[in-house]
Design a protein around this ligand. Structure first.
Ligand SMILES: [Zn+2]
Length: 359
């Protein structure tokens, strides 16, 4: 009878065939295994095709990256990249499992991420302030924005009553230096534990299966949520975007507007004056272009418009129509049952042998 340790080891040698089956049913899925010079497992990287498409097409291109320690002999680290969907809820883009958490492992993770997203995709990164992540982002994405996250900001992800969107605050780097709490202890770790309750050491294929199944559940749940969107404004915007817009609509009351020419305005509030260009969707405060929701100043410039009309100016990624379509079109397909694996095992036996991992 095989021991649990044998089961754990066997799951590594099963990994290539497991990946093959997962990939077969989830088109354009990107997977990768890294071994060391002794042919021992170091890392694996997983990005389901639907997650990559979802991010590139329907989400604001800001990625939260973080590390979660796992209990285990062989797998001790989970690397996570998540982003916010149109309703500002976290959604997994990619993850990796591996042994050590160091500069080299982060560079490897960021390189695989870049391969998935394409060289020309411009993304911003938010993470906790560790040297390894900073190093990797600078190395792989030298021109990208890299901000940091703290507890106050992280908590606001849950708080839909704020007027600034979470991403805006992160991009403005509104971090209180005395109150830094690492992102992996706040957002990502909390999120990972809620979605993938990994309390014991498990075979690597089981961990991946759990993450996969959990994501399948999230996609189904959000598809159902999207169908049920209702609202006093006919549900044009996602609940989150609508709340932000309503708050800004109220705040725009305190602005003094001076028309310059055409679609251009100077808007003063308190002691600051911002410059708005309506047709280009630009305000010098930066909020509109960063998050796709018109800021107080832009709304004030549109003072003759009703909120229903201003909704048309919000980025499409934050509309209910896109949200609903997204989660209808993109689904996480179930991994084939073991019976089908066996057949594949025969076909790919030579491949498997070549990739046999020694631990
Ligand atoms: Zn503004």
């Amino acid at each position: 009878m095989s021991s649990f340790n044998d089961v754990l080891k066997k799951s590594f040698s099963n990994l290539p065939i497991f990946f093959h089956n997962l990939q077969r049913i989830n088109p354009n899925t990107f997977m990768c295994i890294k071994k060391d010079s002794y042919n021992r497992f170091q890392f694996c990287f997983v990005a389901l095709g639907c997650m990559i498409r979802m991010f590139l097409t329907y989400m604001i291109l800001i990625i939260f990256v973080g590390h979660v320690p796992l209990i285990g002999t062989y797998i001790t680290s989970m690397y996570i990249a998540v982003a916010l969907d149109g309703n500002h809820e976290l959604l997994l883009i990619t993850f990796a499992l591996g042994t050590i958490n160091c500069d080299e492992s982060w560079v490897w993770f960021m390189r695989r991420l870049k391969e998935c997203l394409g060289d020309s995709t411009e993304v911003g990164f938010i993470s906790h302030m560790t040297k390894s992540i900073y190093f990797a982002v600078r190395r792989v994405y030298p021109d990208s924005y890299h901000g940091y996250c703290c507890k106050n900001i992280a908590e606001k992800i849950q708080d839909s009553t704020i007027s600034n969107t979470v991403v805006e605050q992160l991009l403005q780097n509104e971090v209180n230096g005395n109150d830094l709490h690492w992102l992996d202890n706040i957002v990502i770790a909390k999120w990972v534990r809620a979605f993938f309750p990994l309390k014991h050491e498990l075979p690597i294929t089981t961990i991946i299966q759990m993450v996969h199944d959990s994501m399948q559940g999230v996609y189904i749940q959000r598809a159902t949520f999207g169908v049920n969107f209702t609202g006093e404004f006919h549900g044009l915007l996602t609940p989150y975007a609508l709340k932000v817009l309503q708050k800004r609509f109220i705040h725009s009351d305190g602005c003094r507007v001076r028309h310059i020419v055409g679609d251009r305005y100077d808007v003063s509030k308190y002691l600051t004056t911002e410059f708005v260009q309506l047709e280009d969707g630009i305000c010098t405060c930066g909020k509109w272009q960063k998050c796709g929701i018109p800021c107080d100043h832009a709304i004030a410039s549109l003072q003759r418009l009703e909120i229903e009309e201003i909704q048309q100016m919000v980025n499409l990624k934050l509309t209910t129509a896109v949200y609903q379509n997204t989660f209808q079109i993109e689904t996480v397909n179930p991994i084939p049952i073991l019976m089908h694996w066996k057949y594949q095992l025969k076909v790919f036996s030579s491949y498997l042998h070549d990739n046999l991992l020694e631990l």
